[in-house]
Structures are given as structure tokens and as C-alpha cells.
Design a protein around this ligand. Structure first.
Ligand code: DX5
Ligand code: ZN
Length: 221
């Protein structure tokens, strides 16, 4: 069952020196929730930020919904830290831990929504036996680590397959995509079966976030 579309601005692409204002602006412009990329320079070849920054954002008064996308190896500890820092939803990578199901259950027990991400070369069937434990499947549409990359076309049939798998199982899990989502391709990605769209560079590079968000939504109408 495809759910109503949701747009998630990825703050990796915002002006991090003004993080709090950027998060408020992104949601006021029509974004549904904030996508918060945690990178450890090991699971992915880049270092971004972690739970302390989220904690500061909360202390600064930002109360909007934040989904933390953990691209890091030390999942078990980071999940605890991110939940404590104020995450509403936590997405971990299938490839980052040997004990995926245990980590998913832990996220739920910490009171957060649960996401599971699969890299481009990971078969989507990887989620088959943990469907009860997830609210969202994140199909990566790039190799994670950097914003501003182009969507890898092989991700499109993979999204279709994911949609079939979830629908055939009678589940309501969302299908999120992350990487290379632009006004020019969001419709094609939605038609493949995605309903939740992370938008980084094509959102925060806009001179007017509200206009850009409307442009994304117009494609989905
Ligand atoms: C990259 C991150 C993405 C990134 C997407 O690994 O997971 O969330 O911000 O950026 P764009 O939309 O520019 O591809
Ligand atoms: Zn991300």
C-alpha cells in the first residue's frame, strides 16, 4: 500500500552553521520531516555529525520530526545515543551490523520509528524476515557518503521489487529513497513505488525553499 508522499530535506546539504534556522525553514517551506545523516568515515568514506549535534538542535528549541540515517558501523551504541539525543525515527543499514533484527527491535524499544536501509548492491529480499520490525525501508539510490550525486538507474527496478515484496506481505511500511532525488526525476521514482523522498542538494540549493518544495509536490500530484 503506497502511502501519501512525504518529503524529507537532508540537512547534509544545508548551511550547517545555521542548522536550527535551516531546519525550521525546511519544515515551514513544506518539508515533512528532517533527514539527519550520521557518518563515521568507516562505513562510508566521509565524516558528518552525530548525536551531540542533534542534542544541541533540540536544546535550541527545534521540536520537528527528525529521522536519523545512521551510516556507521557501531550501530548498537549509536542507536542509543541518537534516541537519547531526540531522534523520532532511526534508520540503520542492513550492511552495518551482523544482528540487524536485534538492532531494529532495540530502536523500537527506545520509542523511535524504525527504518532499515539497503545499499544499492544489497538484494531487497534482505528485508523479508524483518518486515514485522520496520516502519520504513530505505532503498539507497546512490552509494552513500556524499550529497550531490546522480541517482543510479538500477535502483528503479529495485524500488518496484520492494513495493511488490511489501504489498504482497500486506504491510504498510513506507519506501524511502535517498540520493540524487531531483524535481526532474521524483515522478519516475514515485511511479516505481517510493512514497518518501529524501532531498538534499536539489532542495537546499534553491533560492526559495517553499517554491522548490512546491515544485517537488507538483510532480507528485
Ligand atoms: C548521502 C546521504 C543523503 C544526501 C542526499 O549518503 O545519505 O541523505 O544528503 O543528498 P542529495 O539529495 O544531494 O543526493
Ligand atoms: Zn541520508
Amino acid at each position: 500500500m503506497k502511502m501519501p508522499a512525504r518529503i524529507a530535506p537532508s540537512i547534509l546539504a544545508c548551511n550547517l552553521a545555521r542548522l536550527s534556522e535551516e531546519c525550521h525553514a525546511a519544515l515551514e517551506a513544506g518539508g515533512d520531516f528532517i533527514h539527519f545523516d550520521v557518518m563515521d568515515n568507516a562505513f562510508v568514506p566521509n565524516l558528518s555529525f552525530g548525536a551531540p549535534l542533534l542534542k544541541s538542535l533540540r536544546s535550541d528549541g527545534f521540536s520537528g520530526f527528525v529521522d536519523v540515517h545512521i551510516m556507521a558501523n557501531d550501530v548498537d551504541r549509536l542507536v542509543e545515543d541518537c534516541a537519547e539525543a531526540g531522534a523520532n525515527s532511526i534508520t540503520i543499514h542492513f550492511e552495518a551490523t551482523s544482528h540487524v533484527q536485534r538492532a531494529l527491535v532495540r530502536i523500537r524499544s527506545l520509542g523511535c520509528e524504525v527504518g532499515l536501509a539497503v545499499n544499492i548492491s544489497t538484494p531487497v529480499e534482505a528485508i523479508e524476515y524483518v518486515m514485522d520490525d520496520i516502519d520504513m525501508l530505505l532503498v539507497m539510490t546512490i552509494n552513500p557518503g556524499f550529497g550531490g550525486q546522480s541517482l543510479i538507474p538500477a535502483a528503479l527496478p529495485k524500488i518496484e521489487k520492494a513495493r511488490q515484496l511489501i504489498d504482497n506481505a500486506g504491510r504498510a511500511a513506507r519506501i524511502q529513497v535517498d540520493g540524487g532525488v531531483k524535481v526532474g526525476n521524483i515522478r519516475t521514482i514515485a511511479d516505481a513505488g517510493a512514497d518518501t523522498f529524501v532531498v538534499g542538494s536539489d532542495f537546499f540549493s534553491a533560492p526559495d525553499y517553499r517554491e522548490r518544495c512546491a515544485a517537488f509536490r507538483a510532480q507528485l500530484a
